[in-house]
Design a protein around this ligand. Structure first.
Ligand code: F7E
Length: 333
């Protein structure tokens, strides 16, 4: 039986990847951080049968212990501080977790595996935020990196370190440069979920206004469930390599608002949406769009969910969640 170890198990990607690996017969181990983590039950309920190990990317001894306990064939490093605005408020912590965490994990793998690094394969969750002030459109694996946030800078470190461990030690290490990917499991701080949650609440009369930042930013948004498939495919290749994972289609925040509000029968969303500069970023990434030709041709990967369908799926899920919340609230009165 194959064994996989996933950091960042509590996030949307961790959950989708754990489900995918279990469906393929893997024994899955997830690293969970902190004492009494409030997401512990969510992970156990979503992925029954998973083994959760207490560990932290900033604590190398906890990583070595987790590797010893799980003895994995594949390690997926999805753990990070991933909310870009937070990285300006906490740049040192972001660097410790999102950048140095990769170093800790790779060094822990070397300590645990000793001279036999061929026993394990490594996936690093790199990000389209690394392209930042884009040097070409669309972006490929060879586009110059020009990060625009402490988060982006930290991801560049992890990306190059992954390549360096492949080249220095022959580790089967691949970096997936993933463009934005969303789902009903997305955290409500990210713009897609912020919008779909607000739209559901507006439709139920529970919210009057949705306040956002830059409505002109464009992103290449895909479905997280599709993107974790690409992660797994990368580790099944004979040779490790880096891959852009993207849909190749970009939309603006205005397009997102059109589709989400359209789902509840509102064509003109302008009376419902406000803009506040507190949601603007010190340095913005305005136009990301990926070219996933390599992933398509070498991995045979392609996205199955288009933008409109993704946003409709998220609105439908949020409507159910908000209705249930109303019922619960009514029952507790
Ligand atoms: O912002 C604009 C905002 O926070 C998308 C992470 O998974 O993907 C994600 O990073 C865009 C930006 O995601 C609001 O200015 C406007 O241009 O949903 P987001 P992100 O920063 O692109 C990459 C690939 C990652 O790796 C990251 O970990 O939307 N925007 N108004 C807003 N964004 C937010 N959050 N909230 C607003 O009110």
């Amino acid at each position: 039986m194959k064994r996989a170890l996933i950091t960042g198990i509590t996030g949307q990607d961790g959950l989708y990847l754990a489900e995918l690996l279990q469906s393929k017969g893997y024994q899955v181990f997830g690293l969970i951080r902190g004492q009494d983590n409030p997401k512990y039950d969510l992970v156990r309920d979503t992925v029954p049968g998973i083994t959760l190990l207490k560990s932290d990317l900033t604590d190398i001894s906890s990583l070595v212990r987790a590797l010893e306990l799980s003895d994995p064939h594949e390690v997926y490093n999805l753990g990070a501080i991933s909310f870009v605005p937070y990285s300006w408020e906490n740049p040192v912590l972001t660097t410790d977790v999102t950048a140095k965490g990769v170093l800790n994990l790779l060094e822990a793998i070397r300590m645990w595996a000793g001279t036999d690094l061929s026993r394990v394969r490594f996936y690093q969750a790199s990000s389209s935020e690394m392209f930042g002030e884009v040097r070409e459109v669309p972006q490929t694996e060879s586009t110059l990196l020009w990060p625009r946030s402490p988060y982006g800078v930290a991801k560049v470190f992890g990306h190059h370190l992954t390549i360096n461990y492949r080249e220095s030690y022959g580790l089967h290490a691949s970096s997936g440069i993933l463009f934005n990917h969303e789902s009903p499991r997305r955290g409500p701080e990210f713009v897609t979920r912020k919008v779909t949650q607000a739209v559901a609440r507006i439709s139920l009369g529970e919210q009057k206004k949705l306040v956002l930042g830059n409505l002109d930013a464009r992103r290449d948004w895909g479905f997280a469930g599709d993107f974790v498939e690409a992660m797994w495919l990368m580790l099944q290749q004979d040779e490790p390599e880096d891959f852009v994972v993207a849909t190749g289609v970009a939309h603006s925040i205005r397009d997102l608002l059109d589709v989400a509000f359209g789902e509840i029968g509102i064509e003109d969303w302008t009376p419902w949406v406000g803009v506040d500069e507190r949601y603007l970023r010190p340095a913005e990434v305005t136009h990301l769009i990926g070219d996933a030709t390599r992933a398509r041709t070498e991995l045979g990967w392609q996205p199955s969910v288009e933008f409109d369908e993704l946003i409709r799926m998220m609105v439908a899920s949020d409507l159910i969640e908000q209705e249930l919340a109303l019922v619960r609230h009514g029952a507790s009165r």
